[in-house]
Design a protein around this ligand. Structure first.
Ligand code: 6GU
Length: 263
């Protein structure tokens, strides 16, 4: 997969040299390139922003440096088969980034991230970019960051780890929070007794069927306690009889295809 990131703070993305993603780059699984937006300006001051039309606080990123930068990376991927590269524009005004979106984007050949700062990028850039990219404004959640760089670190890690070969043991991708719409079960390691706290007996029993059932119940309990909104989104057709019973005990009504919170 090819990934291009355009930012006025390319040093911010240095963390992508580390850990799993850094290793994937060394191994040639991710061809990740960071570009300085100011390299695409033509004035002496390398200006990237100006005041907003209509007035108001802050500054807006100018269109032309963005067009130059995006045009230069547009053809950089192995964009064969007529598939357009995806342009991800991090913004608190975007659609919320989810694990489902990460899975979808992990299938792409070429991702380009446009890190805005200040009050955002001149809207005409997004319209213009629609001619050569599949443009996706994306938000991490309902809070405001100063720029897209931190969001790009999060998204590149979430997407990159789903690219085949990046995570050494692909089984670890199966049993993790959000992979099946539920939160992960709690985990423990040695010692079995620590500061008077014991690991749940069932995990020491060697009974793998019982352990699997306990973990599933823990997933359901945790999700009900911390993220009840997720339960109402799951497809009830994938629930076992035991899952249904556990959810009913937690105060949910389970119909053929939906989970509803009892009033
Ligand atoms: Cl993607 N960008 C910015 N600037 N703020 C955010 C965000 C993104 N997601 C949540 N807040």
């Amino acid at each position: 997969m090819r990934i291009d990131v355009v930012s006025i703070f390319p040093e911010y993305l240095a963390a992508l040299d580390l850990s799993l993603i850094g290793k994937a780059r060394q191994d040639g699984l991710l061809d990740l390139n960071v570009h300085d937006l100011r390299d695409f300006t033509t004035d002496r001051h390398r200006t990237v922003d100006d005041t907003p039309y209509g007035g108001g606080a802050g500054m807006v990123m100018k269109a032309e440096p963005w067009a130059q930068a995006l045009a230069s990376v547009a053809g950089a991927g192995n964009d064969d088969g007529g598939k357009r590269p995806v342009l991800i524009v991090p913004s608190p005004a975007g659609a919320v980034f989810t694990q489902a979106m990460a899975y979808e984007l992990a299938e792409e050949q070429h991702l380009v991230f446009a890190c805005g700062r200040y009050e955002g990028i001149d809207e005409r850039v997004l319209e213009w970019a629609g001619e050569r990219f599949d443009v996706r404004p994306v938000s991490l959640g309902d809070y405001v960051l100063n720029g897209g760089e931190v969001a790009v670190l999060a998204m590149v890690e979430a997407i990159g780890r789903l690219v085949p070969g990046v995570v050494g043991n692909p089984e670890s991708l199966v049993e993790e929070s959000h992979s099946d719409g539920l939160l992960e079960y709690p985990v423990y390691t040695k010692p079995s007794s620590w500061r008077d706290r014991n690991v749940p007996d069932i995990l020491l029993s060697g009974n793998h069927g019982k352990i699997a059932q306990w973990r599933r119940d823990q997933q359901l309990q945790r999700t009900a306690a911390r993220r009840p909104d997720l339960l109402e989104k799951i497809d009830a057709q994938q629930l076992s009889k035991a899952d249904r019973a556990a959810l009913q005990a937690l105060g949910y009504e389970v119909t053929a295809d939906r989970v509803l919170r009892r009033p």
